[in-house]
Write a protein that binds this ligand. Structure first.
Ligand SMILES: *[C@@H]1O[C@H](CO)[C@@H](O)[C@H](O)[C@H]1NC(C)=O
Length: 130
């Protein structure tokens, strides 16, 4: 029994130390449902949704949608994003599950539905991640 407890303690300390080394940002990352109750939909005011939120590396954005046309394109390039050029070479990732969990990395990240004309109609999300 004592040996068992010691093992648990050692594993615990080991986890704690590796956490310190890796800064463990993912562990306390917040999860955000994009658009709240409106979800990822043309009805959500995404500009308003980002107001007052401070996104950090390791936080998770959850895109929930039923319509596959709303599949989510991720871009870093602001110029291409403004033009709604969501395809290659600007496209970083395409999420299609309808319950897409995106772990944020530092910097500015843009999202829009991949299928026209949602982006052209202004359904766009930009987050600044610290
Ligand atoms: C979305 O919210 C912003 C900021 O509150 C507001 O200025 C804008 O008019 C809203 N857009 C729509 C389409 O309601």
């Amino acid at each position: 029994m004592t040996i068992g407890m010691n093992k648990v303690l050692v594993i615990g300390i080991g986890l704690f130390v590796s956490c310190l080394l890796l800064q463990c940002e993912q562990v306390d990352g917040k999860e955000y449902i994009v658009g709240d109750e409106k979800r990822w939909s043309p009805d959500a005011n995404l500009t308003q949704w980002t107001e007052g939120k401070k996104f950090k590396a390791g936080d998770v954005l959850v895109f929930k949608y039923k319509d596959p046309l709303l599949m989510v394109a991720e871009l870093r390039d602001t110029y291409l994003f403004e033009k709604c050029a969501l395809y290659s070479p600007g496209l970083i990732e395409l999420y299609t599950s309808g319950n897409d969990h995106v772990v944020l990395e530092k910097g500015t990240i843009h999202f829009a539905p991949y299928t026209p004309p949602y982006c052209e109609n202004g359904m766009k999300l930009t987050v600044h991640v610290e």
